[in-house]
Design a protein around this ligand. Structure first.
Ligand code: HEC
Ligand code: HEC
Length: 398
């Protein structure tokens, strides 16, 4: 649950408190919406930011050649190869391959065997030098076909105050509801709200890593090419000088991703509206909101275009143990069965469900929830068919 934010006015008498609420309501403007159709920018942006958004989108869609730094090993030639459904900036259907080793309660990303992210393709220059793409590291205990999520609304997600995310965490399950919820942390201790396994604190760090891991593009933060299953690539396979992408290009990609709108709910039409409304209540009653937090508001101190925006996300951005059905790769933050709650905003636009794409339908993905979600799924299983259909109508409206 979200705690109310501390303000300077703390009246105690109920009448004074009521007056205080009225005054606050009169002074504080309501949060701005973040909604837009998939692929569109946030509503209400000034022309200079719209121009940045367009330029960033073009770079996101550009095919990078070997002369510009692609490879020597890589997975795709452009960001949009994996993030293009239903529009640029969306999700993808072709997974990437990730492998890790989980031993003695610790995650080993197998850096000495090429790292957790497997680059399966090799540039022509690398092939000419006798090299090939990477294969699964021998010591891996888990391998996951990781699907690419949509990037819609990630700027407003970044602007959610840390205090609001921390308020939902309950690592020791102090309230005994069976749901704990931990924040992920990066190796330097920052709150990791991004990544399906809660691996990154900022969009910029995610983007820089995507450039290196998916396309083989070095940046100031990652100035050296990756190894090929642990062996450095031959110099003749890597002709472009490092860093291959500089701050100007990273800034543009970051602005594009940050300014993407969050898809809003659909218009169900008069005959389904009542069912969707009922489904929203069922969603809460069976405890889905224990992890799929419906609302956040972005911070007052976020950059101006992202300030005080409403974020109807349906995720608490925390890690939960979902049980053996979800066992897969680990991360610094997350054990094999722990996953960050998937936001449900924009669900109806998704071509594929769950981080490994192994749940073909909504019913499958719900039934697969176990671990901390067990009580909620028991309540879902006990629903009559009308309530269950209403819940599904609600989910399909998101
Ligand atoms: C080969 C496919 C592929 C390419 C190319 C790719 N991505 Fe991704 N992207 C993924 C996958 C898979 C994930 C999920 C990874 C995870 O959560 O750990 C992801 C996740 C992300 C996220 C984090 C999403 C979130 O909700 O936390 C961002 C941001 C992102 N990608 C941006 C980019 C940018 C920018 C580029 C181009 C530089 C790019 N990606 C290129 C596959 C790809
Ligand atoms: C204990 C926390 C928790 C509870 C309770 C919970 N979920 Fe989830 N849910 C998650 C996590 C974590 C994921 C992400 C799994 C993944 O990425 O593969 C998820 C994923 C989903 C997805 C798939 C989204 C996607 O894009 O792949 C749907 C749909 C969903 N949940 C619906 C529900 C419904 C409906 C309920 C209530 C009956 C519910 N969840 C209860 C944690 C929870």
């Amino acid at each position: 649950m979200l705690k109310p934010r501390g303000g300077s006015v703390r009246p105690t008498h109920p009448g004074v408190r009521f007056l205080g609420v009225l005054l606050l309501a009169a002074c504080a403007p309501p949060p701005l919406p973040s909604h837009g159709a998939p692929g569109q920018p946030l509503p209400g942006l000034p022309p200079d930011l719209l121009a940045r958004f367009d330029a960033g989108r073009a770079l996101f869609d550009i095919e990078v050649g070997e002369a510009a730094g692609l490879g020597p090993t890589f997975n795709q030639r452009r960001c949009s190869s994996c993030h293009d459904v239903p529009t640029l900036g969306g999700g993808g259907v072709e997974p990437i391959l990730k492998s890790t080793r989980w031993v003695d309660g610790r995650c080993d990303p197998l850096v000495h065997q090429g790292g957790d992210n497997i680059q399966t393709r090799a540039t022509a220059a690398l092939q000419a030098a006798g090299g090939r793409g990477e294969t699964r590291p021998d010591d891996a205990t888990h391998t996951t076909d990781l699907t690419a999520p949509a990037l819609y609304g990630l700027g407003v997600v970044e602007a959610i105050p840390e205090s609001a995310i921390l308020a939902g965490a309950d690592p020791d399950d102090a309230d005994h509801d069976g749901i704990s919820g931990r924040v992920g942390r990066t190796s330097d201790g920052a709150l990791a709200r991004f990544g399906r396994k809660a691996t990154h604190a900022t969009l910029r760090s995610f983007i820089e890593e995507a450039l290196l891991q998916e396309m083989g593009l070095t940046t100031p933060a990652h100035p050296r090419e990756l190894t090929i299953n642990g062996t450095p690539p031959p110099p003749e396979a890597d002709p472009a000088p490092d860093p291959e992408y500089g701050p100007a290009q990273i800034d543009l990609l970051e602005d594009y991703v940050r300014l993407l709108a969050l898809p809003g709910p659909g218009e169900p039409g008069p005959e389904r509206a009542a069912s969707v409304e009922r489904g929203r209540d069922v969603f809460e009653a069976v405890g889905c909101t224990g992890c799929h937090t419906p609302h956040f508001t972005t911070s007052d101190s976020a950059p101006p275009p992202l300030q005080r925006r409403e974020v109807a996300l349906y995720s608490d951005l925390l890690l939960h143990d979902l049980g053996p059905g979800w066992a897969g790769i680990c991360s610094d933050s997350a054990a094999p069965t722990e996953v960050r709650t998937a936001p449900l905003a924009g669900l109806r636009h998704r071509p594929i469900l769950s981080l490994d794409g192994r749940s073909p339908t909504l019913e499958d993905v719900i039934a697969r929830h176990g671990g901390e979600a067990a009580a909620s799924i028991r309540a879902y299983d006990a629903l009559g068919s009308d309530a269950r259909n209403a819940l599904l109508s609600f989910l399909r409206s998101l």
